[in-house]
Write a protein that binds this ligand. Sequence first.
Ligand SMILES: Nc1ncnc2c1ncn2[C@@H]1O[C@H](COP(=O)(O)OP(=O)(O)OP(=O)(O)O)[C@@H](O)[C@H]1O
Ligand SMILES: [Mg+2]
Length: 260
Amino acid sequence: MTTATTQALLDVDRVTLRYKTPDAIITATDQVSFTVNAGDRFVLLGPSGCGKSTLLKAVGGYLMPEEGEIRIKGRRVERPGADRMMVFQEFDQLLPWKTVLENVMFPLLVARKMPRKEAQERARAYVEKVHLGKFADSYTHLLSGGMKQRVAIARGMCMEPDILLMDEPFAALDALTRRQMQDELLQLWDETRFTVMFVTHSIAEAIRIGNRILLLSPHPGEVKAEVSNVQAIGDDAAAAAGLEQEIHGLLFDQEGAHPA
Ligand SMILES: Nc1ncnc2c1ncn2[C@@H]1O[C@H](COP(=O)(O)OP(=O)(O)OP(=O)(O)O)[C@@H](O)[C@H]1O
Ligand SMILES: [Mg+2]
């Protein structure tokens, strides 16, 4: 296609997502639109229940929109695929009867992307990238929470997907480890410039991780605003605090839900 230079990597186009339960229809997101470009660290930020996880699952292809369309490289998302890998919050997303290396190479083998030997080599390289070389042959139940999340990140990155989908991957970690994992993710991004869509309800985490932040309103989730060029702040703590305040205002004050 000749238009490829300006085409977004991910196009979420007026997407409404609903859950149908026996006694109710729950609208999780209402007419949400945004685009993610290659190399973005795109953050979805909003209060609990605003539909962040639901949106991420829909991009993952686990849930189909009631209205609207999700496209990756112009192609409609209709099912899960190796071009979109997920990292979840839960430490139990790994297979405890497999080693670190086996966990990381597992999706490569399932997708039959390459012969076993090559898959093992690639997996080993990603295990090194997340600083777990010494633990390659350890079973994952012996690892700390942070280490388990590193395995999940290596497993996702190992598939070299078009986009890595991360749903509050550090939320269950202690504050220090969380901060360290944020730094490591940014380092990985510096090395490989992958595209990531990162869900959080922490404003501070959104500012640290994202170059673009999409703010969603409370249930049902609608786009409230987008903050871009976040990386311009760098290590300027005062600027980060100012932006945090501004985002808080955008998320809550306009509705009058949370007085300043
Ligand atoms: N399987 C489900 N069945 C019915 N309703 C659901 C289901 N999963 C989520 N919901 C509802 O959809 C809405 C959005 O939920 P979602 O989990 O996407 O929010 P979230 O922004 O990820 O919240 P949190 O920050 O707490 O993770 C909520 O009202 C939730 O109760
Ligand atoms: Mg969620």
